[in-house]
Every structure is written in C-alpha cells, then in structure tokens.
Design a protein around this ligand. Structure first.
Ligand code: ZN
Ligand code: ZN
Length: 649
C-alpha cells in the first residue's frame, strides 16, 4: 500500500534533505537521513500489523548513497531490497522494471538480467502464496540464496560502476570525447564479462550515453548506430513487447532522428526472437541481421525519408532567412502600388495584354524614417511588392491604414501573421503598431486584441505624437469625403499628414496623403505646406465617384504648391493614360498661373523610390537618384518608367 496521508508531511522533509545530500555528494549524511526515513516507515508499520508501507524510495536512496559513498556491496544489498519492495508493490511480471531500483541494478551495477528475473519470480511466487513479506530484513533471509548468487556475480564487476562516476565528471565539464571513451571501455568489459558467465547483462545505459556523447561531438551517423544498439538492448531486457518503446532510446530514434516507427517495430520483433534463441545475443548482430532482411524497396523507403528530412531542414533554414532582410533602408518614401480597388483580384482575362502577374497588382506605400518603417495602406499584393524591393518583415514597425477598404487593408492580417511566425522562429517579440480610421479599428479590433497590439484610432483633426514610442514623426489626421462602407456609414476615413522631424532640429518635413476622398472646401488649407503630396485620383469623368478625380487633384496641388506631387490610386481602366493625365494637370496648373514655378507631378507606380528629405527620385536609366523636377516618366503596358531627363538618348 502507498504511504498513508498523515505520514507524507513527516517524511517529506527527510526526503528533501536526503536528496540534497545525495545530490551534493554528502553521502555519509545521506546514509543517516535515508536510514532515519526508512526506520520511520518501519516503526509506523510495526504499530499496525496489517499495514504494509512501500519502502522502496528510502531503501533505494540509501543504497545509492552507500554505493557512491564507496560501499558498493552494502549499496547493492539495499538496492536489491528496494527492488523486492517494488516487485511486491507492483505485483506483476515486469511491473518493477522501469522503476529506479531495477534500472540501476541492470545498468550501473550490471546484474545479469536473468538473475533479476529469477528474483522477481521468487518474490511474486511468495507474494501469491501470501507469505508475509513486509520487513525487508526478513526478505533478505527469505531470498538469501538468490541474493547470495547476485553478490557473487557482482564481485566480478563491482569495480566497473566507477566508469559512470568518471563519465559524469567529464560530462559536467563538457568533455564529450573523454566521457564517450569511459562508456566505450565500460562496454568492452561488459561484453567480456557476458561471454565469461554466459548470461546477458543490460548495456542500454552505456550505449545510449555513448550515443549522446557522439551526438554532442556532431558525429550523427555514429550516434545513430549507438542509439539503435541501445534500443535493441532495451528490447532484450524487456519483459514484453512494447515496453522498450517507453524508454529513451526509442524516443531519441523516433522523435530525434525521425526513424520510421515501422522500422523500429521490425527491429523489436527480431530482437525478441533472438532473445529466446540465444542467452547472450549481441545487439550489433540483431541490427545487422535486420538490415540484411530489409528488402531493397524498404531500404529505399528509409533512404527517401532521410532525404526528405534533410531537404526539409534545409528548406526550413531558407524560410527562416526570408523573414529578415539585411538591407539597411535609406530615409525614403516608396510607392509599392499600381491599381486601386479590387481589380488586382479580377480573373486573368480582365488583364489587358500579356503582362503577366505584375500587370494586375495593387499594393501600398512604405515610409522609412530615422530607423522606423511604416507600411501605409497595405492593400492587395503589398507584401510581394515590398519584398521585391528587398525590404523584410523586420523593417515594419507600424501600419497606417487610412480607411477600411480592401485595397488599403488587404495585407494587414498577413503582416501580423508573418510577424507572429518570425517572432516564433527567431524567439523574439517584435510588435507592430496599428494606426487606422474608425472603420479599420472595427475591422481589426479582434486581431489587435488577440495580439496585444498597440493601436490608435485616427479621427479627423487628431494629432498623434509618437516620440514616446520611438518614432521621429507625428501623424495628423485629415477629414475625407469618402464613406468607409460597408464598415462605416459616415466619412470616418482619414487622410494623413506625416510630420517628420529633420535631424539637428532643422525643422520638419511634411508628407501629405489625401487617401480616398472627394474634393472638399478647405482641403488646400488642410494640406498646407506639405513638401510631398500624394493625391488619390481614383478615376476620371465619373459623376458617381467619391475620389478627387482630375479636377480635385488640380485644385489641391495648385492650392498646396508642394515640392513634389504624386498621383496615385489609379483605376486600372486608366492604363496607358497615367503619364498623360499628369501632363494635363501640369499644363492646367501652369496656365491658371497660381504659382510661378512648375510643380513636378509624377504618376505613382511600383518602383517609385523617393529619397527624403531631398525628394530625389530613383531613375532606371541611370540606376541613380535625380532631382524630382528632372525626372521624365514613360508608360509601357502596366508599367511606368522613371527616367533621368538629361540622360535619355
Ligand atoms: Zn482606394
Ligand atoms: Zn476607398
């Protein structure tokens, strides 16, 4: 029977104290403590003649303390008593095998497995006959002759367990080679001993540990062999099939080396067969024979599994590399956007001409300023276009979403998902901040709640200062006239003005993004002094449109007079006319004569890279940046080319 509840508290202190003494090598005091614990149980048992308390734990610990304290024979005695206790308590064949006493007897003390089985049989027999086996000292007498035999055999190997002490010492220092040598030497003694006595001793412990030592030296193939041999040993020592599969060698093979369980089952049944044929089967013979029995097909199968695992691991490494870009971005505003609306998801037949996948993409913008990256309105295809420019998920610190329409938000969830994966793989905790309209808040509140994201709702007129979160800019939200249906019925979408702090207190640089909106009175005033103005055209000649269209863009650009205007949010129906639309705007603005200087107006497309605060534009014909007023644009199919005017031949 188990320990009565009222005893548990009293023995716990002794157990803790003794374990600590054992752990720290204070063996003589450990002997005293465990003896006290053991006596305590005996006293209690004597007080009630019908009571049997399981005394395996103090007996085992006492044995171990004696063993490591330099008294191997006395130690063996107590561990044998613990084993007998375990058998009585478990009361089934093989039931005590996986308990500490049995495994120490087999592994460290090299007691032949047959003798242990004989002792088990004798104990179970007496127990079945109801022989009163409650006092271990009496058990010593009852099973005296068997214990005597075990002692006799032990005297031939009693010096060997010192290899364990030696190996542990090396392992603690991380000297795997020396530790492995200790286990190897121990093994060779055991093989010799086995042949002498014609009885098998268990060698799983030594083989498994030698495997670990080899693995730690990166000798994987050799380690694998040792683990196979250790597994065979476990099967040879097991009372029945399946038992060895609960032990470390099996788990290492199956989970660590991804060995097919069917193959392990094959080895198990062969080893079991060998056990009945031969008193001392060599585990190496078992694995060799198994290999020769495998058909060529089966061999190939395992080879192919190995190949799959190898390639899988290589691929996983590549996938991991993909998360992080090593590029250091420059302060810049990047247009990573082609068409508006959901046309990027229209069927391929709706694509004009043969322009492949890139002919029909949406996207967003990406701002990098002073060490922080902001994905702005990341709609359809934002991420592929972003990665194409060699940016990485690690570069995104915040998302600004002007309104909840799909072409401005579609990739938000994917960004969160990739950051989650990246964090998991790289064991870090990067967080993305989300700044968005009321509609965006509603659409993504569940996502931000679950991920614990810092999020802030942008409402018209609000100014969000982000210095405390490490950003060197603030966000001013501007009203729009463009409902956020179906997410909201009101005009809750926002345009934004990003006020970037220039270094050394040289003032601010303003980027105005109108987002989707009709023109409204006072809009020029709202975007006043924007250095870079990004306006959303939408389409042209549509009285139902809730976009700026041509007239709205003209009035706004003329009124704001930015250093550079970018026309964006083109409907795909405007393919072939984007440069022309910009030219028409320039002409109109210069003819109405509100400003003395011509304002550069550039159509926004994938690949438009603008350095900040210089507003130099990347030109494809020179692979270099040029002042924005010296840039020519040219449209071919879905693509717009940005060219250095002075270098066009
Ligand atoms: Zn839109
Ligand atoms: Zn919209």
């Amino acid at each position: 029977m188990a320990v009565p509840p009222d005893l548990i508290g009293q023995v716990r202190d002794l157990e803790i104290k003794g374990s600590e003494q054992l752990r720290t090598g204070d063996y003589s005091n450990a002997v005293t403590t465990f003896t006290e614990e053991y006596r305590f149980f005996l006293e209690r048992q004597k007080a009630d003649p019908n009571l049997r308390i399981h005394k395996g734990s103090p007996l085992y610990n006492l044995g171990l303390s004696l063993l490591f304290g330099g008294e191997p024979f006395k130690g063996l005695q107590y561990i044998l008593l613990a084993y007998i206790e375990d058998i009585i308590s478990q009361c089934s064949r093989g039931g005590a095998d996986n308990l500490p006493a049995s495994s120490t007897l087999r592994s460290i003390l090299s007691v032949p497995t047959r003798l242990l089985r004989e002792l088990e049989n004798a104990v179970l027999e007496k127990n079945e006959k109801n022989v009163h086996l409650i006092y271990p000292e009496e058990n010593l007498a009852v099973f005296g002759s068997l214990i005597e035999t075990i002692n006799k055999y032990f005297s031939k190997v009693s010096g060997l367990y010192k290899f364990e002490i030696e190996a542990q010492k090396w392992l603690e220092k991380g000297n795997f080679k020396e530790a492995q040598q200790a286990y190897d030497e121990w093994l060779s003694h055991l093989f010799e001993y086995q042949n002498q006595i014609v009885m098998r001793v268990h060698k799983g412990h030594q083989l498994h540990n030698a495997g670990i030592c080899l693995f730690s030296q990166q000798k994987y193939e050799e380690a694998l062999k040792e683990f196979f041999l250790a597994y065979v040993e476990d099967v040879l020592s097991a009372y029945s099939l399946g038992i060895a599969n609960t032990l470390p060698a099996y788990r290492t093979l199956k989970d660590g080396f991804k060995i097919n369980p069917a193959l392990l089952r094959g080895i198990e049944s062969l080893a079991f067969e060998k056990k009945s044929e031969n008193e001392v089967p060599d585990p190496a013979d078992v694995t060799k024979e198994y290999e020769s029995r495998l058909s060529e097909e089966e061999k190939k199968l395992d080879l192919s599994l190995k190949e799959i695992i190898k390639s899988k691991e290589e691929n996983e490494k590549k996938l991991l590399e993909g998360f992080k870009s090593t590029k250091t971005p420059e302060n810049s505003f990047n247009v990573l956007r082609r068409w508006n609306s959901s046309t990027p998801r229209y069927p391929v037949v709706a694509n004009f001409g043969r322009n492949g996948r890139m002919g029909n993409v949406g996207g967003g913008y990406f701002l990098w300023w002073d060490g922080k990256g902001v994905a702005i309105d990341p709609g359809y295809d934002f991420l592929p276009l972003f990665f194409r420019e060699r940016f990485g998920v690690n570069h995104i610190d915040a998302i600004i979403a002007s309104h909840a329409h799909d072409d401005h938000t579609q990739d938000i969830e994917t960004i969160f998902s990739l950051v989650y994966k990246m964090n998991k793989k790289l064991q870090q905790n990067k967080q993305i901040d989300l700044f968005g309209s009321e509609g965006v808040r509603i659409k993504y509140s569940r996502l931000t709640d679950v991920t614990g994201t810092f999020s802030q709702t942008l409402t018209a007129g609000s100014i969000t200062n982000l210095a405390s979160r490490g950003y060197n800019f603030s966000i001013e939200a501007v009203r729009t006239d463009h409902n956020e249906q179906p997410w909201m019925s009101n005009n809750t979408g926002v345009g934004v003005i990003l006020e970037l702090q220039l270094p050394d207190g040289k003032g601010i640089f303003k980027i105005g993004l109108t987002s989707d909106t009709r023109f409204w009175d006072g809009m020029e005033k709202a975007f006043e002094k924007a250095n870079l103005l990004v306006v959303h055209l939408g389409t042209i000649g549509d009285s139902q449109s809730t976009h700026l269209q041509e007239e709205g863009c003209r009035r706004l650009i003329a009124g704001v007079n930015p250093r550079l205007a970018i026309i964006s949010e083109f409907g795909k129906e405007l393919q072939g006319h984007r440069c022309n639309i910009c030219e028409r705007m320039k002409t109109w603005i210069s003819q109405t004569g509100t400003t003395s200087q011509e304002i550069p107006i550039i159509p926004g497309d994938i690949g438009l890279k603008i350095k900040l605060p210089s507003l130099k534009v990347y030109c494809e014909n020179t692979n270099d940046y040029q002042d924005c007023d010296k840039v020519a644009t040219f449209e071919k199919g879905p693509k717009i080319y940005y060219l250095d005017k002075n270098r066009i031949s």
